[in-house]
Structures are given as C-alpha cells and as structure tokens.
Write a protein of this length. Structure first.
Length: 152
C-alpha cells in the first residue's frame, strides 16, 4: 500500500526544481505573454505593470508559464520576472495595522489593486509595504501569497 507521504509530495519545476505553483513579480515594465515557450509563438497578452505579482504554473527552458490574479497570462521569458515577492490588495480600503492583530492601531488603508512588497507572513497575516507605509494585513485580502504560506 502507498503511504500518504508520497501523495503529499510537492510538485517541482523540471528546470529550477522550485515548487509549482509559486509566486514571482514582473521585473520589467512590460512583458509579452506568449501562447507557447518560444519567440515564434503568438503574443496573447501583454503585462504592463512593473512589480505585478504573478503565479508560475509551469517551466520550459528559459520560459515560465504565468497567470495574473484574473487568470490571464501565458509563457514569459524568465528574464522579465523577479523573485522579489509582491501582492495585490483585493479588498478596497484595506486597513493595514501596526501589528498582526485587528485590534492594533491602523497605520494606513490601501485601495483595491495596490501592489505592495511582501514581507513576513504568519498563518493569517502578512507584513506589507507600499507608498511609504508599512504594516500588517490579513492574508485573505491579498493575492500573491498561498493561504498556508509562512515567511520570515
């Protein structure tokens, strides 16, 4: 009989050996998302926002298949991507707190669509920085971080 440990094995990319899916951000101000992993494939989408969080779902040579929060995307050359983590705010006027606690003082409110640098995360909260403000926000109001992901 097979053990459950085998079923829980993390899927890894064949090129980088990093977990799939995983999050990255756009390094470039503009990047073409192609139908397949080469320059000869048609451009289906153009990303036009530096630091936008993207989810890598596959790898092939120097190409990564990515998706944005709306599921748009395609194959992007790895040179256009950064390992620097960002998230997109999914709740309008998201209150950012001084500590990972809803009763702690509010330090800012971020509008929906704001892209913030991702810092430490615990089970339910992540530390963000954007527009000169830093603080903690509930993880479930962010796109670009896995629900159970912890960072420090």
């Amino acid at each position: 009989m097979a053990t459950s440990a085998v079923a829980e094995e993390i899927m890894r990319g064949p090129i980088t050996k990093l977990p799939l899916p995983r999050y990255v951000s756009m390094k470039a101000a503009e990047g073409n998302a192609r139908r397949g992993p080469s320059l000869s494939h048609r451009i289906d989408w153009v990303f036009t926002r530096r630091d936008m969080p993207l989810r890598i779902t596959a790898e092939h040579g120097h190409w990564r298949r990515v998706q944005d929060r709306d599921g748009q995307g395609g194959w992007v050359h790895y040179a256009l991507l950064s390992g620097a983590r960002t998230v997109m705010v999914e709740k309008d006027m998201l209150t950012v707190h001084a500590r990972p606690d809803a009763s702690s003082p509010a330090v800012a409110a971020f509008e929906i669509g704001v892209i913030a640098r991702l810092g430490d995360c615990d089970e339910q909260w992540c530390r963000l920085s954007a527009g000169g403000y830093r603080g903690w926000a509930p993880k479930d109001a962010l796109w670009g971080v896995q629900p159970g992901e912890q960072r420090d």
